[in-house]
Every structure is written in structure tokens, then in C-alpha cells.
Design a protein around this ligand. Structure first.
Ligand code: NI
Length: 138
């Protein structure tokens, strides 16, 4: 871990009160740790905005009875194989499937993949969880 630097900052009292409440409600016992995590969150957002190499998960819920859908989703994933680390498929019931695709690559390519997968008829829900390789948030 790098050396710690202390800093002081000025905040309006109502804003400080809100911060303290948020720190407690989020289960933090330490305000510094909360602020560190908040900064890291903003840095991760920035990595995505700047189209850096990032990590994420795409979650798809779909009905595999829809004609040709499984093949189309597999085709899309083959097309973007360079950014896919692993895919987990679970059969939720007789019709519904959930697929979790762990990805690492340029933010724009991951977003494009998520957008393309979402648009297929029969995909009922799609989520993209944006994370980081961790390299630029230490
Ligand atoms: Ni399935």
C-alpha cells in the first residue's frame, strides 16, 4: 500500500451530516475508507468514459424456446471472443436461461457487445455491471 497523506477539506454542515449518515448506513466504521471507496467508484466510471481496458459482467435472461435465439447469442459471443473471459449458463426453469458473461477489454467493445446481445428478440432482461482491472484505482 502506498503512503497515506492526510488532507482536510471544507464542507457545508448539512452536506457533512448527510455524508456521516451515509457512512453509517453503508456499514462503514471509518469515514476515510468510505471516501476512498467513493473516489474509486468515480475513477472506475471515468475509466469507462475514457474507453480504457476494464472488467465487467453482462447478465442476460432469455427464453431459449425463441427460435434461433441461443444460436444468435452464441454467434455474438464468438464474434467478440477476445473480450470474453468466461460464460456461465444456468437453466432457470423449462424455458428461461440466465447467462453471465465475464468480460475484460476496451469499454466501448464491451458496451457494444452488451447492446447487441440485449437487442435480440427473446432476451427479457440484460444488465451490464461495470468494474475495473484495478490497475488505475490503487
Ligand atoms: Ni438454458
Amino acid at each position: 500500500m502506498s503512503d497515506l497523506v492526510r488532507l482536510s477539506l471544507s464542507l457545508e454542515k448539512p452536506l457533512l451530516d448527510r455524508l456521516e449518515k451515509l457512512v453509517r448506513r453503508s456499514g462503514y466504521t471509518n469515514r476515510s475508507e468510505f471516501v476512498r471507496d467513493m473516489i474509486r467508484e468515480r475513477l472506475v466510471e471515468h475509466e469507462w468514459d475514457e474507453d480504457r481496458e476494464v472488467v465487467g459482467t453482462i447478465t442476460l435472461v432469455y427464453d431459449h424456446h425463441v427460435s434461433g435465439l441461443s444460436e444468435k447469442l452464441t454467434d455474438e459471443q464468438h464474434h467478440h471472443h477476445r473480450v470474453i473471459l468466461t460464460t456461465t449458463h444456468v437453466h432457470l426453469d423449462r424455458a428461461m436461461c440466465v447467462e453471465m458473461i465475464l468480460v475484460k477489454g476496451r469499454a466501448s467493445e464491451i458496451t457494444e457487445l452488451a447492446d447487441r446481445l440485449r437487442q435480440h428478440k427473446g432476451v427479457l432482461h440484460s444488465g451490464l455491471s461495470a468494474s475495473t482491472t484495478g490497475a488505475r484505482i490503487r
